[in-house]
Ligand binder design. Structure first.
Ligand SMILES: [Fe+2]
Ligand SMILES: [Fe+2]
Length: 290
């Protein structure tokens, strides 16, 4: 288990006047995704069957992720007393289930799986760092800072083990880059969209694109250049590119462009697509998808 518990959070310092109402829906969605780490624990334990040391570390990792979910869920209920975490989590689980019957990584190799895990932890470290810097609400700031530190420690755990597996799997740099970009491209996948829907909608039918767009529109406004730069540095470390070499500087520009595309262009296109579709569908089916 990590180095903090829910008792270390200064809950009494909660200051409603400093809550940015725009942040509440994404904290609710994040709480459900984090709390769902048990499925990933099962999946990763299958992928790393026989590696007892890493399996033990994965168990501790999953406990920390679940604790992130509890902390965020408790804060969300302070900010919105109508938020019923357990009910919303049940709704999320009904709509989204991870494929757990894998015996090998969906990334092809164990080293590839660990590259993908590094990408996920890079994403969460950037996300919570951005939220910690953006919010003035002291309890949320404290939670997000602690979680961001944990996510960085998780990155280091998976990175360390990736280097160990690289000796056996011999994953080329190109393959690592492919896995890394592949995982980053999944960021608007069903999981986040489902969590956003389960946490925030009341009675509306699930629409993956609309909810992915709504989540992205709310979340991405908190990122600043330093969060993107730090994320690029972590991605480079995972795929084995020296950011100081001339090829590395060129690659850094390409990755920043890609991240900028993901954060700005792709999100706006998605939002525009969803809004255009809403405008052109019949009113009765529009009512169902609202
Ligand atoms: Fe987490
Ligand atoms: Fe994590």
């Amino acid at each position: 288990m990590g180095n903090w518990t829910l008792d270390d959070i200064p809950w009494d310092s909660f200051d409603r006047s400093r809550v940015d109402s725009g942040i509440i829906p994404i904290i609710k969605a994040a709480s459900l995704v984090e709390y769902n780490a048990e499925d990933y624990r099962v999946y990763l334990n299958r992928v790393f069957d026989g590696d007892n040391r890493l399996q033990a570390a994965i168990d501790s990792w999953a406990e920390e992720e679940v604790q992130h979910g509890r902390a965020l869920g408790r804060w969300a209920a302070l900010a919105d007393p109508e938020f019923d975490f357990e009910t919303r989590f049940g709704r999320f689980r009904e709509n989204f289930r991870l494929q757990l019957d894998a015996s090998v990584s969906v990334r092809g190799t164990r080293a590839g799986e660990l590259v993908a895990r590094c990408m996920v932890e890079t994403g969460t470290n950037s996300f919570y760092s951005a939220l910690a810097d953006a919010t003035d609400e002291p309890v949320l700031k404290s939670i997000c800072r602690r979680i961001a530190d944990d996510e960085y420690a998780h990155y280091c755990l998976f990175h360390r083990n990736m280097r160990r597996y690289m000796e056996h799997d011999r994953l080329s740099r190109l393959k690592r880059v492919r896995v890394a970009f592949g995982r980053m491209s999944e960021s608007e996948d069903d999981e986040l969209a489902s969590a956003y829907w389960a946490a925030n909608s009341d009675g509306q039918a699930y629409d993956r694109r609309a909810n992915a767009a709504a989540y992205a529109r709310r979340a991405l406004r908190y990122y600043r250049p330093q969060h993107v730069a730090r994320g690029v540095e972590m991605i480079f470390n995972a795929v084995g590119i020296d950011g100081r070499s001339s090829a590395g500087r060129l690659a850094a520009g390409a990755v920043r462009l890609f991240v900028w595309y993901r954060l700005r262009v792709a999100t706006r296109l998605l939002v525009a697509l969803v809004e255009a579709r809403r405008r052109f569908v019949r009113p009765d089916s529009a009512a169902q998808q609202a």
